[in-house]
Design a binder for this molecule. Structure first.
Ligand code: SF4
Ligand code: F3S
Length: 114
């Protein structure tokens, strides 16, 4: 089993989840994070950290679509290991339930220190 990030994350991206993951298996898209299901050790510590309740165990019914998105995007998005500021409109999008049309499949633009 694995944990899965679902649509509540879209356009919020609070990233509280990142700071507690012991194996750094979150990956960052432009407006959402995903979990790599092959790397997740099912510890569950990220689930209660998300203010949007956007992290669920894959044992919940109906998560097939999101499990596939997590698995696919984790292969192409960059890893994120440190908490960052939420997206600027996070408050506006918080708690909205129908956000999947707004999912961006583009990777996050990350700042790299040289
Ligand atoms: Fe990381 Fe544990 Fe959450 Fe999996 S369940 S993403 S290992 S914190
Ligand atoms: Fe997204 Fe929740 Fe993490 S909004 S970035 S899954 S804390």
């Amino acid at each position: 089993m694995t944990y899965v990030v679902v649509e509540g994350c879209i356009n919020c991206k609070h990233t509280d989840c990142v700071s507690v993951c012991p194996v750094d298996c979150f990956y960052e898209g432009e407006n959402m994070l995903v979990i790599d299901p092959d790397e997740c050790i099912d510890c569950g510590v990220c689930e209660p950290e998300c203010p949007e309740d956007a992290i669920l165990p894959d044992t919940e019914p109906g998560l097939e679509k999101w499990l596939e998105i997590n698995a696919d995007m984790a292969k192409v998005w960059p890893v994120i290991v440190d908490q960052i500021d939420p997206l600027p409109d996070a408050e506006k999008w918080s708690g909205l339930s129908k956000k999947s049309d707004h999912l961006s499949r583009r990777p996050a633009k990350q700042a790299f220190c040289q």
